[in-house]
Design a protein around this ligand. Structure first.
Ligand code: GPU
Length: 803
C-alpha cells in the first residue's frame, strides 16, 4: 500500500487518541503495540472485504486448509512487511521516539501448534495469500496454546500459555457467522413419505461454534485471505435452565476449545481430543456450505467451487461430516454425495510413525457422534463390498476403516479423498512402497508428492535483515516473489568480497544471539566458535541423543588432551517434550546435566559450550536460525517425513549435517554433495535391518571403546544429578535394542563432525558452501509448494464460472 511517513505518524497519533485518549509520550510499549496493531488492521480492512467480494463475484473456487494447528508466530512485523510499509512505519515510529523492535516484543507469540505440522500450516496460509490463491485456514481458537516450558533443576516443567490474557488485536469475533455443532444424543432413521431415510435426533448436546477471523495478508498484492478459528460456547439458554446445570454444561462445552494437546507426531486417544476434532471440522464444513449456498450454485457442483484439505488425520471427520450434510440436509442420494465429497477432499500424511496414527474406539465415536458413526460404517461397508470384488481379501481387510473395534482415521481420509500426498519425495515413496502400499495398489493415481516449503518472508526477510540486504545489493529483489532467483547468488561463489561480507553478517548475527543468551541465561558465548544448532521437538527418532553422545566424546577428548586441536563449538538445543513422553523428558534432563558439567568445567578452556534454550518456539527460532553455522538434521533415515527447519537453516546460510532422510535428500540434490555433510544409515539399510533383525546395539557398546566410555559416563556418576535418566537412556540404547540406531550411526556421525571441524577453518570455502545453500534454498519456498497444491490437487485456478 502507499503510505507516506507523514501520513503514518498522523494516523498513529490519531489512533492513540481514539483508543486510549492519550498522547504518545504517555503510552507504555504494550499500548504502543496495541495501537499499531489496530492501525495495521484498518490498513488491511479494505483489501480484506474487497478480496472476499471479488471471490464471490467471480464465483472463484475456494480452498479451505483444515488444520488442528496454526503455529503463526508474532504477526506485527509480518503484516507490516506484507503490506509493504515496514520501513515507513519503523522510521515514522522512530521520529515519534518509539523503537519498533521494543513494541514487537509486546505481542504474545500464539503457540497454537506443536511443531513442524502447525508451522507448515502457518507458512501455507501466508504463501496462499501471496500467491493469490483463494485459500483460507480453518482451525481452533485455543484459549491456551502449547505450554510454556521452564527448566527446574534441568527438568522440563510445563506452565500454561495464556496468550489471550491481554486480548488479541488481530482477531474479529463474527457472532453472526456462528453455527451449532451437535454431540451425543440418539439418532434413528425414518422413512419419509417420499421414501428417503431421514435422521431424527434426540437429546443431543448443542455447542455454539463462534468464529474469530484473522486477516492473512498477501505480500504486496492487496490480497487478504482469512484464517477462521472456532471457539466453543454455550448456546443461548431458555429461561427454564437450572443455574447449576448451566454452569456445569458451560464448563464442559468451553473445555472443547480450551487447550491444545501438546503431542507432536503422537496420538492420544482422549475423548476431549475427538470432540475438538469434530468441533472444528463440523463448524468449518457447515460454514463453507452456508457460504456456498449464497452463490446459488447446485450442491452437485460443490467440488467445482470448494476444496477442503485435511492436514494430517486430525480433520479426517470432514469426510463423514460433509456426507452428513449432503445426505441429511441437502437430501442428496449416497452415490452423488460420495462423489461430491471425494472430489472436495484431499489429505496430507505427515508421518510414517505408527504411534501417531489415530484410531478411535468405536464405542467412543458412536456415543459422541452417533450419526457420524453410522455414516462411517456405511462408507466402510461400501468400500469393503466394492473392493472385495477387485482385490485379495487380505488387502481389503488391511485397508478397511473399521478394524478391531476401532475407526482408523488415515483409512477414512484416504478412502474419502481424491488425493493423498506425502511431504517429501522419500516420504512419499515410503508411503507408496511400504506404509500405505495396499492403498497404493487400490488407488495408484491418488498418490502424489508435495515437498514441504517455508516462507522466505518470515524466515529470511524478517528474521535476517542484514543477509536480506546483502542479497538485494548483489542480485536485486526479484527473488522476493520468485524465490528460485536466489540462484543468481551463485555468480558470487568465487567473489572473495561477497564471501567475507557473508561471514561478517553471520558473525554479527552470532554476536546478537550471544548477547541474548548472556542476558537470558547468563552464559557467555564465543561468537568465533562454531554455532551448531539442533532445534525441533524432542523425539527419540530425531536423535538429539546422537548429538549428545558425540558432545560427550569431544568432552572426554579434551579432558584427555586439553590442547587438542578442536575448533571451539557452541551446541545449541531447543526442544519441548510432550508432557507424557517420559523418555523425551529424561533426555532433556540429561542434556541439561551434561550442559552443567561441560559449561562449568574450566579445564577445557571454553572449547565446548552447550546452550539449551528454554521454551523454544517461533520467536526463538527467528533469533537462533540466522546465527547458525550448522544445521543438525540427524533423524534415523526414513523417520522424518520432511523436516522444515532444515530449509530455514539453509536459507540462512547454515551448512546441513544430515542423514538422507525427509527433505534432506532433496536439499542434497539441490546443493550437491560437496555443500552438505551426509552421514549414516540409508533408508534401505534401515529396512534391511528390520527385515533380517541383525542389529544388536550391545555389540557396538562392547566393541567401540569411545562409545563405551561415553555410554558408561551415563551411569557411573560422571554426569551430575542425572543417575536415573542416565540409566534409563543407557539401558534403552545398550540393552533394549536402540530402536533408532543411535549406536550404529555414532562413528559415522563423529567422522562427519570431524570433517566440519576441519572445513570451518577455511573461511572462504565455508562461506562458499553457505552461499550455495542460500542460493539453492529458493526451491523450498512454500510459495511453490502451495502453487503445486493449488494446481495439482485443489484445482483452484480453473475458474468455472457458468454453472
Ligand atoms: N509432524 Br504427524 C508434526 O510436526 N506433527 C505431527 O503430529 C506430525 C508430523 C511433522 C513431521 O514430523 C515433519 O517431518 C514435517 O516436516 C512436518 O510435520 C510438516 O510436514
Amino acid at each position: 500500500m502507499d503510505l507516506s511517513k507523514r501520513k503514518f505518524k498522523d494516523d498513529y497519533k490519531k489512533m492513540m487518541t481514539e483508543v486510549y485518549s492519550m498522547d504518545i509520550s504517555e503510552a507504555e510499549p504494550t499500548e504502543q503495540f496495541f495501537v499499531l496493531g489496530n492501525l495495521v488492521r484498518t490498513y488491511s480492512s479494505k483489501n480484506w472485504s474487497h478480496t472476499n467480494q471479488v471471490y464471490v463475484e467471480n464465483k472463484q473456487k475456494q480452498t479451505y486448509y483444515f488444520s488442528m494447528e496454526f503455529l503463526l508466530g508474532r504477526m506485527l512485523k509480518s503484516n507490516l512487511l506484507n503490506l509493504g510499509i515496514l520501513n515507513t512505519v519503523r522510521d515514522g515510529l522512530y521520529d515519534l521516539g518509539i523503537d519498533l523492535e521494543t513494541i514487537v516484543q509486546m505481542e504474545p507469540d500464539p503457540g497454537l501448534g506443536n511443531g513442524g505440522l502447525g508451522r507448515l500450516a502457518a507458512c501455507f496460509i501466508d504463501s496462499m495469500a501471496t500467491s493469490e490463491i483463494p485459500g483460507h485456514g480453518n482451525g481452533i481458537r485455543f484459549k491456551y496454546g502449547l505450554f510454556k516450558q521452564k527448566f527446574v533443576n534441568g527438568y522440563q516443567v510445563e506452565l500454561p500459555e495464556n496468550w489471550l490474557q491481554n486480548g488479541n488485536v488481530w482477531e474479529t469475533r463474527k457472532m453472526h457467522a456462528a453455527v451449532t455443532v451437535r454431540l451425543y444424543g440418539k439418532v434413528w432413521l425414518e422413512k419419509t413419505a417420499s421414501g428417503v431415510l431421514e435422521p431424527h435426533y434426540e437429546g443431543a448436546q448443542k455447542v455454539l461454534a463462534v468464529p474469530y477471523d484473522t486477516a492473512v495478508i498477501g505480500y504486496k498484492n492487496d490480497v487478504v485471505n482469512t484464517l477462521r478459528l472456532w471457539s466453543a460456547e454455550v448456546p443461548a439458554q431458555d429461561e427454564s435452565t437450572d443455574y447449576w446445570s448451566f454452569i456445569h454444561q458451560r464448563n464442559q462445552i468451553e473445555s472443547i476449545s480450551e487447550v491444545l494437546y501438546p503431542d507432536d507426531s503422537n496420538y492420544e486417544g482422549r475423548l476431549l481430543r475427538l470432540k475438538q476434532e469434530y468441533f472444528f471440522v463440523s463448524a468449518g464444513v457447515q460454514s463453507i456450505i452456508r457460504h456456498y449456498k449464497k452463490m446459488r450454485v447446485p450442491m452437485l457442483h460443490l467440488a467445482e467451487k470448494v476444496a477442503i484439505h485435511i492436514n494430517d488425520t486430525h480433520p479426517a471427520l470432514s469426510v463423514p461430516e460433509l456426507m452428513r450434510i449432503l445426505l441429511d440436509e441437502e437430501k442428496m442420494d449416497w452415490e452423488h454425495a460420495w462423489n461430491v465429497t471425494v472430489n472436495v477432499m484431499s489429505y496430507t500424511n505427515h508421518t510414517i510413525m505408527s504411534e501417531a496414527l489415530e484410531k478411535w474406539p468405536i464405542d467412543m465415536i458412536s456415543t459422541l457422534l452417533p450419526r457420524i458413526y453410522q455414516i462411517i460404517c456405511e462408507i466402510d461397508r461400501r468400500f469393503t463390498m466394492k473392493m472385495s470384488t477387485l482385490f485379495d481379501p487380505s488387502i481389503v481387510e488391511r485397508t478397511r476403516i473399521i478394524e478391531c473395534g476401532h475407526v482408523k482415521m488415515a483409512h477414512l481420509a484416504i478412502i474419502g479423498s481424491h488425493s493423498i500426498n506425502g511431504v517429501a519425495q522419500l516420504h512419499t515413496t515410503i508411503l507408496k512402497e511400504k506404509v500405505l502400499h495396499d492403498f497404493y495398489l487400490i488407488y495408484p493415481s491418488k498418490f502424489n508428492n508435495k515437498t514441504n516449503g517455508i516462507t522466505q518472508r518470515r524466515w529470511l526477510m524478517l528474521a535476517n535483515e542484514p543477509l536480506c540486504n546483502l542479497i538485494n545489493r548483489k542480485i536485486g529483489n526479484d527473488w522476493e516473489t520468485t524465490p528460485t532467483e536466489l540462484k543468481m547468488l551463485k555468480a558470487f561463489r568465487d567473489d572473495e568480497k561477497t564471501l567475507i561480507e557473508l561471514a561478517k553478517i553471520k558473525h554479527q548475527n552470532k554476536e546478537r544471539f550471544a548477547k541474548h543468551i548472556q542476558k537470558t541465561m547468563g552464559l557467555v558465548l564465543n561468537p568465533d566458535a562454531i554455532f551448531d544448532v539442533q532445534i525441533k521437538r524432542l523425539h527419540a527418532y530425531k536423535r538429539q541423543l546422537l548429538n549428545l553422545l558425540h558432545i560427550l566424546s569431544l568432552y572426554f577428548q579434551l579432558k584427555d588432551h586439553p590442547e587438542a586441536d578442536l575448533h571451539p563449538r557452541v551446541f545449541i538445543f531447543g526442544a519441548k517434550a510432550a508432557p507424557s513422553y517420559t523418555y523425551a523428558k529424561q533426555i532433556i534432563k540429561l542434556i541439561n546435566s551434561v550442559a552443567d558439567l561441560i559449561n562449568q568445567d574450566t579445564t577445557i578452556k571454553e572449547k565446548l559450550k552447550i546452550v539449551f534454550v528454554e521454551n523454544y518456539g517461533v520467536s526463538l527460532a527467528e533469533k537462533i536460525i540466522p546465527a547458525a553455522d550448522i544445521s543438525e538434521q540427524i533423524s534415523l533415515a526414513s523417520k522424518e517425513a520432511s523436516g522444515t527447519s532444515n530449509m530455514k537453516l539453509m536459507l540462512n546460510g547454515a551448512i546441513t549435517l544430515a542423514t538422507l532422510d525427509g527433505a534432506n535428500v532433496e536439499i542434497r540434490d539441490r546443493v550437491g554433495s560437496n555443500n552438505i555433510i551426509i552421514f549414516g544409515l540409508r533408508e534401505e539399510e534401515v529396512y534391511q535391518y528390520y527385515h533380517d533383525g541383525s542389529y544388536h546395539s550391545k555389540s557396538y557398546y562392547d566393541r567401540n571403546p569411545v562409545l563405551r566410555r561415553v555410554l558408561n559416563a551415563l551411569i557411573d556418576g560422571t554426569i551430575p544429578d542425572a543417575e536415573a535418566e542416565g540409566r534409563s537412556v543407557f539401558d534403552s540404547l545398550v540393552y533394549y535394542g536402540d530402536e533408532y540406531f543411535v549406536l550404529r550411526d555414532f562413528d559415522a556421525y563423529s567422522a562427519a563432525q570431524k570433517q566440519i571441524d576441519q572445513l570451518y577453518r577455511d573461511t572462504l570455502k565455508w562461506q562458499r558452501m553457505a552461499l550455495i545453500n542460500i542460493a539453492g534454498a529458493g526451491t523450498f519456498s512454500s510459495d511453490y509448494t502451495v502453487q503445486q497444491y493449488a494446481s495439482q490437487i485443489w484445482d483452484v485456478f480453473s475458474r468455472i464460472r457458468d454453472i
